[in-house]
Design a protein around this ligand. Structure first.
Ligand code: NAD
Ligand code: DAU
Length: 378
């Protein structure tokens, strides 16, 4: 039975990956290591915590003792490193934490894995490793910087990160690549475009817009709303990671993206339309509306329109456009996205309408303070 260490497994993509793997593989053992920062929540793994195949450990990837003892206690074969500080806006406010978690945390995991997996040395002095082990670093298209109106990021695009977040992810990628070159460690790096789907923390564009509409609040669009992101449904990302982990060529980088570029303002308009339609068709969803006192099926939903949009101060150093060329993963591993955006966004909005208790729980802590600090001054 294969044993996976999944770091950041209580966050957005990590938790979707845990669910995906438990569903797909009957005989699997997963250890989740997560420090449960504001972005990680055990409610997200509520059902999985009762599953014998999952062990949850609360701990920091930067903590040498914690990570080393995990490798001593469990015969870990795969490490999938999702754990990170992931929000660009927060990295602009507090870069140091991003360097600590994203760079030093990754190096700490690499070092423990190397120690645990080394079986000896080859004739040139390189470490040799236990058969079948791999370290997969979950990275981002943001390491390539920003595109103009045309072109795509390929795996050969020079690294050109521009925010403290993307700089920290780039540094992590480089240290992973260095462990491969210097110690021949079996690694892969995946670089994915923007994900969306269930369990996305409502500080990121799509879940924040959904939450604000349901609370009848203004919808903050940075700058003029023409920045472009390339959106991928989270399960398609999980499938790609599973493929790379098991079939990816050691040492290689794989870009992941589904050719689904949209301007931010388009995304906001699509969400407005989708929420309104779902509420009209399913009056029971109106309980999700926070400022709909009677929650009555007859009340007009006319207020759900573009007048809620507010253009606010732009993000500092805001990257204009991201777009992934996924040719390599498609040609080499046969990956292709399965969820069309039109379907994925309806599934996502529906999930938020049906899971308001999750939203309440994950935003009950410091979220309010964050929101006021971040948007109060815009
Ligand atoms: P997230 O912020 O939702 O989750 C991060 C998780 O990591 C949380 O559960 C948090 O508690 C945990 N964590 C943070 N610091 C930790 C530490 N020091 N030790 C242990 N756990 C810690 O992030 P996400 O959106 O799920 O992103 C996951 C990974 O995927 C990140 O590495 C991110 O860079 C990458 N990525 C994200 C996207 C996206 O669109 N969200 C796209 C491409 C790549
Ligand atoms: O491209 C992959 C990256 O996608 C990941 O590496 C990051 O972890 C992830 O957070 C995401 O980064 P972005 O900065 O692209 O995502 P975010 O949802 O924060 O913003 C998407 C776009 O929407 C971006 O152009 C900024 C804009 N935006 C965002 C927020 C939160 C707004 O206009 N208003 C907002 O309130």
């Amino acid at each position: 039975m294969k044993l996976y260490l999944i770091t950041g497994g209580a966050g957005f993509i990590g938790s979707n990956f845990v669910k995906y793997m438990l569903e797909k593989y009957e005989t699997i053992q997963i250890v989740v290591l997560d420090d449960l920062t504001y972005a990680g929540n055990l409610n997200t793994l509520k059902a999985e915590l009762n599953d014998q195949r999952l062990t949850f450990v609360k701990g920091n990837i930067c903590d040498q003792q914690t990570v080393n003892s995990l490798f001593q206690d469990y015969l870990i074969e795969y490490v999938v490193n999702f754990a990170a500080e992931s929000h660009v806006d927060r990295s602009i406010e507090n870069p140091q934490l991003f360097l600590q978690t994203n760079i030093l945390g990754t190096q700490n995991l690499l070092e423990s894995a190397k120690k645990a997996w080394t079986t000896g040395k080859d004739e040139k002095g390189y470490p040799t490793y236990r058969k079948g082990v791999k370290f997969l670093q979950v990275s981002t298209d943001e390491v390539y910087g920003s595109l103009g109106e045309s072109g795509y990021f390929t795996e050969k695009t020079p690294l050109d990160p521009r925010s403290p977040y993307s700089a920290s992810k780039t540094a992590a990628d480089l240290i992973v690549a260095a462990y491969h070159e210097t110690y021949k460690m079996p690694v892969n790096i995946t670089r994915c475009s923007n994900n969306y789907g269930p369990y996305h923390f409502p500080e990121k564009l799509i879940p924040l817009i959904i939450k604000n509409i349901l609370e009848r609040k203004s919808l903050p669009v940075y700058g003029n709303g023409t920045n472009v992101r390339d959106w991928l449904y989270v399960t398609d990302h999980c499938k790609a990671i599973d493929l790379v982990l098991h079939q990816g060529k050691t040492g290689e980088v794989y870009n992941i993206g589904g050719h689904n570029e949209k301007q931010n303002i388009e995304i906001v308009r699509i969400i407005l339309k989708t929420i309104r339609q779902l509420l009209e068709e399913n009056p029971e969803y109106r309980t999700a509306l926070k400022n709909d006192p009677k929650n009555s099926g007859n009340k007009s939903l006319d207020w759900i329109n573009e007048s809620l949009i507010t253009y606010v101060k732009d993000r500092l150093g805001h990257d204009q456009r991201y777009a992934i060329d996924p040719t390599k993963i498609t040609d080499e591993l046969g990956w292709a996205p399965e969820t069309k955006f039109e379907d994925g966004i309806v599934k996502t909005v529906r999930w938020y309408l049906e899971n308001q208790d999750w939203v309440q729980k994950v935003t009950s802590g410091d979220y309010q303070k964050y929101y006021e600090e971040m948007y109060g001054k815009k």
